[in-house]
Ligand binder design. Structure first.
Ligand SMILES: [Zn+2]
Ligand SMILES: [Zn+2]
Length: 321
């Protein structure tokens, strides 16, 4: 994610800012990828802190308009949790918009989001025919950490959920293209395998002992659909690590050029090499504050190949898909 200019002409703004340093309200224009002072703001601004602008006064922004179901506000913390979830969604939509996905000019199907609060029964997150279901309870640090530990995951975040579930939705769109489907099955396997049975086997028996030789994560080994969603999510993680690093003005000898733009990079190996080198450095910096690693994953050669495939198709963008 880049860092933005304050529209008043002085200072910088971060993607989630609602005001400039002097308190002037600002809004983010996702079409121009810039902050503005004077446009109508999204009507969700006061309710959940959405900082995007709307086309007309009194309407929702592009991102909030994609949410068809909002959580039951009577559930404890549902609204603040929803606020954080929408914030992660805006971030990921802006990332994907750089490759043309889900912008107004994308004539393909756009995702519809169901943002659900949890009662006594957990909400299962997933994608079905364009509808992405997200549990806003995962915004709660205690809930998310408990689940991360129970599932033995090295990393679990709202932004990660958003990338993973939207990746399923993108697969659904790409799978109408026979070239994509043919190459996908060659690399990831046949996604027509019984999905519920595969997940049941994964949760009962765990991943194969040698999963790390073939997959990015243990969960990716459960089924080709999950392998794709994990791979595409990691491609987004790595591209955005590279983009945020370059936007921050930090330097490293591995930086390809001072004006390098990771979202425009066609060479997957170059992009991953840079992102991993940055990730390793920041893992070490994080340890100075007792924080978890930024990117606690090792990428095997098979996963590299799959990342290359996902990069090619995501970069082709929404055009014709
Ligand atoms: Zn909004
Ligand atoms: Zn999944």
């Amino acid at each position: 994610m880049r860092i933005f200019d304050d529209p008043s002409g002085s200072g910088k703004l971060w993607f989630a800012n609602l005001t400039a340093a002097d308190g002037t309200p600002v809004g983010y224009d996702p079409q121009r990828r810039a902050f503005v002072e004077s446009s109508p703001f999204c009507v969700n601004r006061n309710r959940i802190g959405c900082n995007w602008i709307a086309r007309e006064p009194g309407t929702l922004c592009q991102s909030c308009a994609m949410t068809a179901l909002t959580p039951d506000a009577s559930v404890t913390n549902a609204v603040p949790n929803w606020s954080q979830t929408e914030s992660a969604k805006r971030w990921v939509l802006d990332n994907l918009g750089q490759w043309g996905w889900f912008r107004p000019e994308d004539s393909g199907i756009h995702p519809v989001f169901h943002m659900l609060a949890e009662g006594p029964t957990p909400v299962s997150m997933g994608h079905i025919e364009g509808v992405v279901t997200i549990s806003v309870a995962e915004a709660d640090d205690v809930v998310r950490t408990a689940r991360r530990r129970a599932l033995d995951e090295p990393h679990r975040s709202l932004i990660g959920h958003m990338r993973h579930e939207i990746a399923h939705m993108i697969w659904w769109r790409l799978s109408r293209n026979q070239d994509f489907l043919h190459d996908f099955r060659r690399l990831f396997g046949d996604e027509r395998l019984d999905y519920p049975a595969a997940l049941q086997r994964h949760y009962h028996h765990g991943p194969p002992t040698d999963w790390s030789q073939y997959y990015l994560t243990a969960y990716a080994s459960a089924h080709p659909h999950e392998d794709w969603a994990e791979t595409a999510a990691h491609l987004l993680h790595l591209t955005d690590i590279a983009d945020s690093f370059t936007a921050s003005g930090l330097m490293t000898p591995t930086l390809p050029a001072s004006d390098w733009k990771p979202y425009e990079e066609p060479d997957t190996a170059r992009l991953i090499h840079f992102a991993i080198s940055v990730g390793l450095g920041i893992n070490h910096v994080n340890r100075s504050m007792g924080l978890p690693d930024l990117y606690p994953f090792v990428i095997c050669p098979a996963a590299h190949q799959k990342l290359d495939f996902a990069h090619k198709w995501l970069r082709l963008g929404a055009v014709g898909n």
